[in-house]
Design a protein around this ligand. Structure first.
Ligand SMILES: C[S@@+](CC[C@H](N)C(=O)[O-])C[C@H]1O[C@@H](n2cnc3c(N)ncnc32)[C@H](O)[C@@H]1O
Length: 362
């Protein structure tokens, strides 16, 4: 019997149609990520900024050299991204639809006072990182915990591929440097006590040295070493007073009062994290002599106060599963690592949005 409006059958049809639309939204959500990537590649945030914080589609098309036959298509992209909060849309004094920056797209500008997040977004949405997502169901059937979807796709681990392909190495290092600029901007603004009073620091897996560059600026008396794989430190720009050392953090870490691990341990399995933490312990003095490890990473459940931030932590957990053998950890999981590596105490400060500073004492 056909369902009529108001009957229970009609209610079920409405619920089914709502569910159907939600399903379509989930299936098409990757387009949002790709539109964001496109906006960054076209440098739309910078074009809006240069136009005085808002621009019509015609102004943007002219500024970005987009041919008139694509102007209507550009509007569609801007409307989707405005709905998602990346831009905002309004009617300007001439009665035309104009698009402006929001706090989200301000992060993507390179002319703003903060380091631009654009290189990090381009790195996250690069095909090397996106393609492995296609392997997930095949990966779940694979009875081998050590092979990642990334390795199934590229035939190599993330770090080996970066060592082999200079353009991927460059894209990744620029992405990480952009994130380090952002994080250290927050750390120096909030005046974190974690770095105060330290004389020497080794940034383990420190990339091209962006974190350390901000640290020596904030704490001029601090002497720093950047320690990373040879293919990374060999391409790093020189920073006055900073030593760059190539090596393997699973073998030996250069000695210092404090060892920094920013966004390192979430790349690795528990077993590997214990080895890295033990190598760091071998590089620092006792707690009484000022020894400590400073970790900057997600602590699941800490710092995530909204529905959206809980979702971001979950997404990062999946990202780590796809790209590496690592994962995001809650406090209990972190504690187990510290105990297994022989540390005595730790302090968590959830001060960098979704990420925390964890000070770990030998
Ligand atoms: C996610 S990145 C973090 C970079 C930097 N700490 C930051 O947050 O910008 C991980 C870093 O670990 C480095 N790495 C990977 N394996 C390593 C190893 N065995 N020894 C030293 N560094 C390593 C990578 O080259 C990369 O620079």
């Amino acid at each position: 019997m056909p369902a009529t409006e108001g009957s229970n059958g009609g209610y079920e049809v409405k619920e089914t149609l709502k569910a159907h639309s939600i399903l379509w939204n989930h299936a098409l959500s990757f387009i949002k990520s790709m539109c964001l990537k496109c906006a960054v590649e076209l440098r739309i945030p910078d074009a809006i900024l240069s136009n005085g914080m808002a621009a019509t589609v015609s102004e943007l098309s002219a500024a970005l050299s987009i041919p008139p036959c694509k102007t209507r298509r550009l509007r569609i992209l801007l409307r989707l991204l405005s709905r998602e909060g990346v831009f905002e849309s309004h009617v300007n004094l001439s009665g035309e639809e104009a698009f402006g920056l929001t706090p989200v797209s301000r992060l993507l500008t390179s002319a703003d006072h903060r380091p631009s997040a654009s290189p990090f977004i381009l790195m996250l949405l690069d095909h090397h990182l996106v393609d492995p997502c296609q392997q997930l169901s095949r990966w779940f059937h694979l009875a081998d915990a050590a092979t990642t979807p990334f390795e199934m796709t590229h035939g190599k681990t993330f770090w080996d591929l970066a060592g082999d392909r200079p353009e991927f190495n460059d894209l990744f290092n620029k992405g990480m440097a952009s994130d380090s600029g952002f994080v250290m901007d927050v750390v120096t603004h909030i005046g974190s006590s974690a770095f105060r009073g330290i004389t020497t620091l080794v940034d383990v897996g420190g990339g091209t040295g962006k974190t350390v560059a901000a640290l020596v600026e904030a704490f001029p008396e601090l002497r720093c070493t950047v320690f990373d794989l040879p293919h990374v430190v060999n391409t790093a720009p020189k920073i006055p007073g900073v030593e760059f050392v190539g090596g393997d953090m699973f073998v030996e870490v250069p000695r210092a009062d404090a060892a920094l691990l920013k966004w390192i341990l979430h790349d690795w399995s528990d077993e590997d994290c214990v080895k890295i933490l033990q190598c760091c312990k071998g590089a620092i003095p006792t707690r009484e002599k000022g020894g400590k490890v400073i970790i900057i990473d997600i602590v699941v459940g800490a710092g995530a106060s909204t529905q959206a931030s809980v979702e971001t932590q979950l997404l990062f957990d999946l990202e780590m599963m796809i790209l590496t053998t690592g994962k995001e950890r809650d406090e209990g999981e972190w504690r187990k690592l510290f105990v297994a590596a022989g540390y005595n105490n730790y302090k968590i400060t959830p001060s960098i949005g979704l990420r925390s500073i964890i000070e770990v004492y030998p």
